[in-house]
Design a protein around this ligand. Sequence first.
Ligand SMILES: [Zn+2]
Ligand SMILES: [Zn+2]
Length: 155
Amino acid sequence: MQPISSLVAKLRRDFAQLTFVEADVSRWSAKTQTVYFAPHSPHAEWVLLHELGHACLQHADYRRDVELLAMERDAWEYATKTLTPKYNITIEPDFIEDHLDTYRDWLHAKSTCPRCTLTGVETSKQAYRCLGCQHVWNTNKGTQTRVRRYSRSSA
Ligand SMILES: [Zn+2]
Ligand SMILES: [Zn+2]
C-alpha cells in the first residue's frame, strides 16, 4: 500500500481544478470544489478515490435521501472503473458493500415510522410520510450524524 501523501500529490497534479484538504471526516464539497480526506482513517486512499468519484461526477452537496444512495453507488463505480487503474490501486468489493450497507441502514432508520414502524416515503427533503398510519416526520440532515426523527403530526 502506498502512503496516502504520494497519492494526494498525484491527485493534486492531475486534478488541479480541485482542492484537496486534510480533515477528520472524508467528504466532497461541490460548493467549494474541495475533496476533504482523512489520512488516518482505515483504507484512507480508497475513501479518497471515492470522494474524488463524487467530484468527477460533479455530485451536488445534498439531495434527497433516496438519491444519496444512488450517488454513493455511482461514486464507487467511478472510483473502481476509472480512477483505480490510473493509480494502480485495488479496492476490495467487500469494503464498498460495507460502506453502501451503512447508507442502506441509515436510509432504513430515517424512513421507519416512529409511530408504527412501517416504512414511509420521502415526500420532500428530510420529510417523510408513513404509508401505514399517515404519520408525518422530519429527519436530520447529513450522514455522519446519528439519525433523528421529529414527529410533525399527532393524527
Ligand atoms: Zn460518498
Ligand atoms: Zn406509521
